[in-house]
Design a protein around this ligand. Structure first.
Ligand code: LLP
Length: 444
């Protein structure tokens, strides 16, 4: 069980130096100010206020390139579809499009975002457990790369929709491999009890129907997504071995399989986990899956998480039986610790030299006891007004934000080798209030 990524008391935390070594774009300058991709975080806080998200385009592109390079020795075609759900900002998507990344989308909204960022329809894969008629019709009309089908019902519905538009649509069946990837229960997707995918014992029959009976469907292959934050080889090896034997079975039945979508899921080291490199994934795929198919990969977190941080200011230090550092970012901004007990590295923005660290509970301002970013975290003595930064917040960070407690969406800034640019303005309270109407009977 890879539960080492979650907050448990018995584990040791990495030192500031270890965190910095893992994040080469972060470092303290001569004055002890934390820099991210050549930009002072203090300066960004002054310009944009806090809390705010900072995304390094350098890190994003460097990781996206590293991920692709792990597969560069493949002779067969490999297509990369960035999981838009992990980070959906247009600036990030268009930056990845420059590196020839397509998109894995799970809603009509994400599909439009991908197009809007310059990703071509032919490079978009549409996954997702509940796709509406309108979303599917749009996908058919656009002629996207493929729709990953989640159920027999969805397949027949898509066939009808495609026929009504006089079109065919490329489809892969998403298999539920029924394996335990050893991740947190709330991000497990590949077990039989999860809502995702088609039970593997039903795949062959449905595949046959799709190929032989459904004129609106061009069935090209299978898709799996084994889970997220996977940090060991075993789930991949087990899952892809299952996939390979399903391909053999389909081919024995004279069914054509030309595409395998391997999903995403590669984890990172948030705390002290030994996280694998993409080369592990490439090796397992090479050793398990047939080499006469086009492969699709849907990485999200591995590329985007380390590219982003959440910058926040201390509102108050509350002393008592525990020391609370109350910051202006909350679970409405970054929900991962509250939702998955996720551990995120925290760095002070000003480096204190030769001081004894103190254990802090770093908490947000939201009226929920789960609004906690870290418990008993050793940090140099902090004061009201100091800045801290929460690491690895580039994936499933801003995309999962809410305005709970009427806290507007935070600003977002992109940095690149000393330059910075605001890529999303802080939402104003007026913008929130403007959307609200009184009922007609009260308005007059
Ligand atoms: N493809 C499919 C079909 C997926 O469902 C997902 C993630 C991915 C690709 C990308 O997985 P990644 O490479 O990012 O692990 N909010 C949670 C993670 C949920 C992941 C859902 N599916 C978190 O913050 O940990």
């Amino acid at each position: 069980m890879a539960d080492s990524i979650f907050m448990t008391a018995e584990q040791t935390d990495p030192t500031i130096d270890t965190l910095l070594a893992r994040h080469p774009a972060l470092g303290y300058d001569g004055q002890g100010h934390l820099m991210f991709d050549g930009v002072s975080l203090q300066e960004l806080a002054r310009h944009a206020g806090t809390p705010c998200w900072i995304i390094s385009e350098t890190v994003l592109q460097e990781r996206a390139t590293r991920f692709k390079e792990a597969f560069s020795h493949y002779r067969q075609s490999v297509r990369f579809h960035f999981a838009v759900k992990s980070q959906d900002h247009k600036a990030c998507l268009s930056s990845l499009a420059q590196l020839d990344y397509g998109a894995d989308v799970v809603s009509g909204g994400e599909m439009e975002r991908a197009l809007n960022a310059g990703i071509k329809a032919e490079n978009i894969v549409f996954s997702g457990v509940g796709k509406t008629d309108d979303e599917l019709k749009r996908a058919v009309a656009l002629g996207i790369a493929q729709v990953n089908i989640e159920s027999a019902e969805e397949l027949f519905r898509l066939n009808d929709l495609a026929l009504s538009l006089n079109r065919t649509v490329r489809v892969a069946l998403r298999v539920n491999p029924d394996i335990d990837a050893g991740t947190h229960a709330k991000i497990t997707t590949g077990k039989a009890e999860n809502k995702f995918g088609i039970a593997h014992q039903h795949v062959a029959e449905l595949y046959g129907k799709a190929q032989n009976e459904l004129d609106g469907i061009d069935i090209v292959g299978l898709a799996v997504h084994l889970g997220s934050q996977i940090i060991t080889e075993t789930p991949y090896r087990t899952g892809y071995n299952k996939l390979a034997s399903m391909v053999q079975d389909l081919r024995r039945r004279h069914l054509k399989v030309s595409v395998l979508d391997c999903g995403g899921g590669l984890g990172i080291s948030y705390r002290n986990e030994k996280a694998p490199e993409p080369s592990m994934l490439a090796k397992v795929i090479a050793e398990t899956l047939p080499d006469d198919v086009t492969l699709r990969l849907e990485p999200g977190r591995w590329i985007s998480a380390p590219s982003g941080v959440l910058l926040s200011r201390i509102i108050e230090i509350k002393k008592g039986s525990r020391q609370f550092a109350i910051i202006d970012g909350g679970m409405n901004d970054l929900v991962r610790p509250a939702m998955y007990d996720a551990w995120h590295g925290i760095l002070p923005v000003s480096k204190a030299i030769n001081v004894r660290p103190i254990p802090y509970d770093v908490v947000g301002p939201i009226c929920e006891s789960s609004d906690v970013f870290a418990r008993n975290r050793s940090l140099p003595p902090l004061e009201k007004g100091d800045l801290i930064t929460i690491l690895d917040a580039g994936a499933y960070g801003s995309v999962m934000s809410s305005t709970y407690n009427s806290r507007p969406f935070a600003a977002q800034i992109m940095v690149r080798e000393g330059q910075w640019s605001i890529i999303q303005k802080r939402q104003t309270l007026d913008e929130i209030l403007q959307r609200e109407l009184l009922p007609s009977w009260a308005a007059g």
